[in-house]
Design a binder for this molecule. Structure first.
Ligand code: ATP
Ligand code: MG
Length: 247
């Protein structure tokens, strides 16, 4: 069976820093795939090389068997690949609902045109369903900037789902979020996965969150993959302990 996402030999340097030094992995359809590793181990750079924000120096990326190496974010979004960034991407002055609708229209026309266009019923319905799923229905009309940080992170996740993505990359969804919302977030991601059938690739430092959510976890250190397996396998791996304790 072909994996949904296949990454082979992916590499990217910044001057003398080998941020990603030749990484291989494959993500199966329907899986929640975690990526962990100490700060600076190349996790975000790897996402950016897969997702068209950065050009890899070497390596190949395939999605559903088709080559997508070096494809631009717009093309990837149209193929059904969504993402969140490590920093929030919400528009603070737009309502939570309008952030979702604008995210779906992100690749159509100008910003002004998107804000002035009447959203179609399908988009509004999708936004309402996501607001309910993310427990944001009661703040749907509030400016996103007035929501708590955790609520804004949830909204950011919702935005990655508005275009009906099949594969969603999340970069530290739980970072800086209060523990109560982190617990709810894991349950919400499971529900979103069940409803959408989407496959997830999730970078996180919160170990309880990662280990509870993911089917398999890849561990990076200094730009390399040092372990890949089930949460139990990865936890028991001496190289993983060393990377965290020694780093
Ligand atoms: N645009 C850039 N220019 C120069 N160096 C960069 C750039 N982006 C990342 N780096 C360097 O590449 C290495 C990997 O960084 P990256 O952000 O990918 O790590 P990370 O695993 O996502 O870390 P964190 O857990 O802190 O988010 C680091 O040494 C970082 O300083
Ligand atoms: Mg990062």
């Amino acid at each position: 069976m072909t994996a949904l996402l296949e990454v082979a030999g992916l590499a990217r340097a910044f001057g003398a820093v080998r941020a990603v030094g030749g990484v291989d992995f494959a993500v199966e359809d329907g899986e929640v795939f975690g990526v962990i590793g100490p700060n600076g181990s190349g996790k975000t750079t790897m996402f950016n090389c897969i997702l068209g924000q950065l050009r890899p120096d070497a390596g190949r990326v395939r999605f559903g068997g088709a080559e997508i190496t070096g494809a631009r974010p717009l093309a990837l979004a149209r193929l059904g690949i969504g993402r969140t960034f490590q920093s929030l991407q919400v528009f603070g002055s737009l309502s939570a609902r309008d952030n979702l609708i604008a995210a779906a229209q992100e690749y159509v026309g100008t910003l002004a045109g998107r804000l002035l266009a009447a959203p179609d019923a399908g988009l509004t319905g999708r936004a309402e369903a996501l607001l309910a799923r993310l427990n944001l229905a009661h703040v749907a009309d509030k400016p996103a900037g007035s929501l708590s940080y955790g609520q804004q992170k949830l909204l950011d996740i919702g935005m990655a789902f508005m275009s009906g993505a099949r594969l969603v990359f999340l970069d530290e969804p739980a970072a800086g979020v209060n523990p109560r919302i982190v617990g709810e977030m894991a349950a919400m991601l499971r529900a979103l996965k069940a409803e959408s059938g989407a496959t997830f690739v999730v970078i996180e430092h919160n170990m309880d969150f990662v280990m509870g959510l993911c089917d398999r976890v890849m561990v990076m250190a200094e730009g390399k993959r040092i372990a890949l397996g089930t949460p139990a396998e990865v936890r028991a791996d001496p190289q993983v302990l060393e990377a965290y304790l020694g780093g």
